[in-house]
Design a protein around this ligand. Structure first.
Ligand code: SF4
Ligand code: SF4
Length: 125
C-alpha cells in the first residue's frame, strides 16, 4: 500500500470518489471477506504527489485509514503473505500474474517511517 482501512470505518464511502487511483471500493464490492470499504494496495499511490492522502482528508472517522507498508519489492513477502491469508486480494493480470509489488511497485511517501507503517498509525496523525 499504501494505506489500509480498518474496522473503525463506518462505510460512509466518502473516500471512494476522492481517490485519484480508483484504489478504493465499497464493502459490497470488496474482493476480501470483510465488512468494510477496502483499499486495493496494488493501486494505491499514497497520493504521494499531494500534501496528504485524499482519502484520509475526506474521512470523518479517526483511525479508519492507517498506514501500511510501501508497495515495493522490498515488502513483496509481506503482501504475498497478506494475500494468502485473505487480508488483501491482489488483482491477477492475465499476462503478468498476480500484481504483487515485485511485479508492479507503486510510489510511496518516504517521509512516513517504517515503524509507523508497521504500527498502522492513523494517516491523519
Ligand atoms: S492514499 Fe490516495 S491513492 Fe491511496 S487509497 Fe488514499 S486516495 Fe487513493
Ligand atoms: S471515508 Fe473513512 S469512514 Fe468513510 S468509507 Fe472511507 S475509510 Fe470508511
Amino acid at each position: 500500500m499504501a494505506v489500509k482501512i480498518t474496522e473503525l470505518c463506518i462505510n460512509c464511502d466518502s473516500c471512494i470518489d476522492e481517490c485519484p487511483a480508483t484504489a478504493i471500493v465499497s464493502a459490497s464490492d470488496s474482493p476480501v471477506n470483510g465488512d468494510n470499504t477496502y483499499v486495493k494496495p496494488e493501486k494505491c499511490i499514497e497520493c504521494s504527489d499531494g500534501t496528504m492522502p485524499k482519502c484520509a482528508d475526506a474521512c470523518p472517522t479517526e483511525g479508519a485509514i492507517v498506514w501500511d507498508m510501501p508497495y515495493t519489492a522490498e515488502y513483496n513477502a509481506y503482501y504475498v503473505a497478506g494475500h494468502e491469508s485473505g487480508i488483501y486480494n491482489i488483482r491477477e493480470h492475465k499476462k503478468n500474474g498476480i500484481m504483487f509489488p515485485a511485479v508492479s511497485p507503486k510510489p510511496y511517501r518516504e517521509a512516513i517511517s517504517i515503524a509507523n507503517r508497521q504500527a498502522h498509525t492513523p494517516v491523519a496523525e
